[in-house]
Design a protein around this ligand. Structure first.
Ligand SMILES: [Zn+2]
Length: 142
């Protein structure tokens, strides 16, 4: 779960390199030490293991034994993920998940990364627009 530069991570990294995007790996300064961060887009890419994060795909079959243990384990992981996401959002970083099973398909992964970059751009545009509007509002009021 916390292992670094896993195969799925390397696949994402190689696509980002092809797109000539600068990224940083395993940033301790952000909550949860995100796998990949794209500073220019303020994007965090969280590569999620299908089993540990219970994706619901074929790689995430729920264990047949010790089920109560696993329910609690998965719940803890989910809560931690949400907490990290919120903490990083407060610092202006948007988190996007990439499921491990998607990284098996290069074309699908490339498509997914394009989608993330596009949405990230829209969120940032909206953010600066809101800041601009609130500045204007301040000027009008005072
Ligand atoms: Zn999956």
């Amino acid at each position: 779960m916390n292992s670094k530069n896993t195969k799925p991570e390397l696949k994402v990294q190689s696509i980002l390199k092809n797109k000539k995007l600068f990224f940083v790996k395993h940033i301790k300064a952000l909550a949860g030490t995100p796998d990949i961060v794209i500073p220019s887009h303020k994007i965090i890419i969280d590569i999620k293991g299908c089993f540990w994060h219970q994706h619901g795909c074929n790689n995430s079959k729920f264990p047949k034994t010790n089920q109560l243990f696993w329910v609690e384990k998965f719940e803890k992981i989910r809560i931690k993920d949400t907490e990290n996401l919120k903490l990083n959002k407060k610092k202006g970083w948007n988190t996007f998940d990439i499921w491990e099973c998607i990284t098996d398909n290069h074309q699908r992964l490339d498509h997914e990364i394009n989608r993330i970059l596009e949405i990230g751009k829209l969120i940032n545009q909206n953010y600066s627009l809101n800041r601009y509007n609130s500045k204007q509002f301040t000027i009008k009021t005072f």
